[in-house]
Ligand binder design. Structure first.
Ligand SMILES: [Zn+2]
Length: 338
């Protein structure tokens, strides 16, 4: 809440205010277990970022305003907020890995998926989800982590962190061409990591049915073959139908469907180990309502029918998207050649 990105910036503390107020409502209060937040350790940040860059962000502490990128600025409390965001996610991961929690949602800001090794970008300071993936690998000796990213934007920082590394599979749906410009369908990773980056660029106008169908048709077969030991999610709510930054049409029900799809994969592969982290989402009502649906799904208070959501969409549209992705990825994933 103490990270101010500048006056009238869409990535504002109001986003968490709206979510926290929703958690106090009668039907939500006292259902969820709070994860005690902690600061990320420097060594944890260095799993993804360069020491010089960590120092540069640290130097903003106590300063009213520092511009790190045309879209990304800090206030006096931003460094600490960024440490708490990355550290809070690591803590949530640790409690899920140890079995203390079934799953978790890190309701944090600043977001992370645009942050590069040595560069702040797109409202992001530290790449929370990338740090979380490496933290899980280091602390729990797991070999395969799936990062699914349904944010409106492509997670350039996350892709770049792992594009040569088969131990983290990065899957992203994103509006394309759009900010940040990365995430072409042909980008499938390189070296040892070839085939372990899966990009699904989308034109505007995709809604609940299309998104859930893409997760079921493209992500699920790849994920079941990959067999992740932990699933992390970059959850951006800027694909919400009224988001001021995006052109997608997802409703709260669609977010519940995406969560259910990932829970099904997690149940089959890794005992349900699923940790979601907040990325974008700038319509406050849409953000609050959608996060609520995701939380209810995670808690088992609702069980969204995926098939009903998918049946409302044009199968042709999905077929064409899937065909293009399968052409690139068929050689890496046996499940896609069936
Ligand atoms: Zn976004």
């Amino acid at each position: 809440m103490n990270h101010q990105a500048g006056p009238s910036h869409p990535e504002s503390p109001k986003r968490l205010e709206a979510i926290y107020a929703m958690l106090e409502e009668r039907d939500m209060a006292e259902i969820f277990q709070k994860v005690p937040v902690r600061r990320a350790e420097r060594e944890e940040l260095l799993l993804i970022h360069s020491p010089e860059y960590v120092d540069r962000v640290a130097a903003t502490e106590g300063r009213d305003f520092t511009s790190l990128d045309p879209d990304t600025a800090t206030s006096s409390g931003s460094y600490e907020a960024a440490l708490l965001a990355a550290g809070g996610l690591c803590q949530a991961i640790s409690m899920v890995m140890s079995g203390e929690l079934d799953n978790a949602f890190a309701l944090v800001r600043p977001p992370g998926h645009h942050a590069e090794r040595s560069r702040a970008m797109g409202f992001c300071l530290f790449n929370n989800v990338a740090i979380g993936a490496r933290y899980a690998q280091e602390s729990y000796h797991i070999k395969r982590v799936l990062v699914a990213d349904w944010d409106l934007h492509h997670g350039n920082g996350t892709q770049h962190s792992f594009e040569n590394d088969p131990s983290v599979l990065y899957f992203s749906t994103h509006q394309y061409p759009y900010y940040p410009g990365t995430g072409a369908i042909q980008d499938a990773g390189g070296g040892q990591g070839e085939g372990f980056t899966v990009n699904v660029p989308l034109s505007i106008g995709n809604g609940d049915g299309e998104y859930v169908a893409i997760f079921e048709t493209i992500l699920k077969p790849i994920a079941l073959e990959y067999k992740p030991e932990l699933i992390l999610v970059s959850a951006g709510f800027d694909i919400y139908k009224n988001d001021p930054l995006g052109g997608m049409g997802v409703t709260p029900k669609g977010f519940a469907g995406l969560t259910r799809s990932l829970m099904d994969i997690a149940k089959e592969c890794c005992g349900g180990k699923l940790v979601i982290t907040l990325e974008g989402g700038y319509d406050l009502t849409g953000l609050k309502d959608s996060v609520k649906k995701v939380l209810n799904e995670l808690a088992g208070l609702s069980e969204t029918e995926i098939s009903t959501i998918i049946s409302q969409t044009s199968q042709n549209k999905i077929h064409n998207t899937a065909k293009q992705v399968f052409q690139i990825h068929r050689k890496y994933w046996k499940n896609l050649s069936i």
